[in-house]
Design a protein around this ligand. Sequence first.
Ligand code: GEM
Ligand code: ZN
Length: 380
Amino acid sequence: MQISDNFDSGNIRVIDASDPSNIRLAIKHDNQSEFYQWFHFKLQTDTTQTTNPQEHVIHLNNAGKAAYVAGWEDYQAVASYDREHWFRVPTTYDGDKLTITLTPEYDSVYFAYFSPYSYERHQNLLHNAQMHLDCQLQVLGQTLDGRDISLLKVGEEGEGKRIIWLTARQHPGETMAEWFIEGFLDRLLDDDDGVARVLVNKAVFYIVPNMNPDGSVRGHLRTNAVGANLNREWLNPTMERSPEVYLVRKKMLETGVDMFLDVHGDEALPVNFLAGCEGVVAYDERHKSLEDKFKAILLSLTPEFQDERGYDKDEPGKANPTVGTNWVGNQFKCLAYTIEMPFKDNDLLPDYSMGWSDIRSSLLGRDFLTGVYHIVDDLR
Ligand code: GEM
Ligand code: ZN
């Protein structure tokens, strides 16, 4: 039996893998950081040796000190035999260890915190998009590991056209964010879709499908290559520590912003929700009415969205200015939201076999495009 993580977004450390009924592993920290929670590893076993298939019991021994331990409550890990279709597997948490049990049907099986979004798939997304007449692939610069910081521009600037920015995966382990972008973009570039065609005439879109490619490939939960939490770098980013934010922010200052969506995942809350910028200095009645209208639109569009549960609201003037949504909302006095999807499930509409998934993230992205369609005229 063999456990490995030497692949794109792999993350595990083997403590002891000699006994299939007591496999002991640990999740590795993000580089130069205290954060960890994302895991992704391959189990190679041999199902032919015995007539009765053997249940494998896998312990993540350091789960109890992960970044967001509430994320392990009622959480089920995902597994895949073909690396395309991911299914939930029986998982328990005792406050210390996370334990995954599976009787493998095949000799090789992958496990992960959520459905991975590979760097290859990321590059395919960029290059498929650029084939569309209305889409241009721009490179803003390079990350600290030397990967492109890639931006997709959809549509053209023009008199009266709204400027709409989306960023995703500042936190690389929140892979649902890039699945969301895949759905949003797939629809935006669909020439047969009336909503998309009207939107491309009314707005220009700047989309960064992956803000943190280094952290993604390294198998990080939350930081870039040098341990920077990008969603705490927006007030004073530097090329030495956070070039991803520095270069995107610089481009935003060139283009302007009428609406900003920053796509994330949340470890603990089993719902989809939005976090606004109500605590920034520039927040005013216009901001609030735009937020209320956008939320009302989303509530009418899909039962996958709700506005009862979410983060505590910031007090007036007390928002953390280093957070992307807060910096953009304040700087451009625009509608700015953090979108949060669950690692677990949407408890209002549970799927007992799959939980929240890559497919549901992508479909939510398609629904958010309709939301943008219904608010685009109000953005100025
Ligand atoms: C969160 S967003 C920051 C908190 N925002 C509000 N409004 N309370 C983060 O960066 O901690 C996003 C995430 O990590 O998913
Ligand atoms: Zn996040």
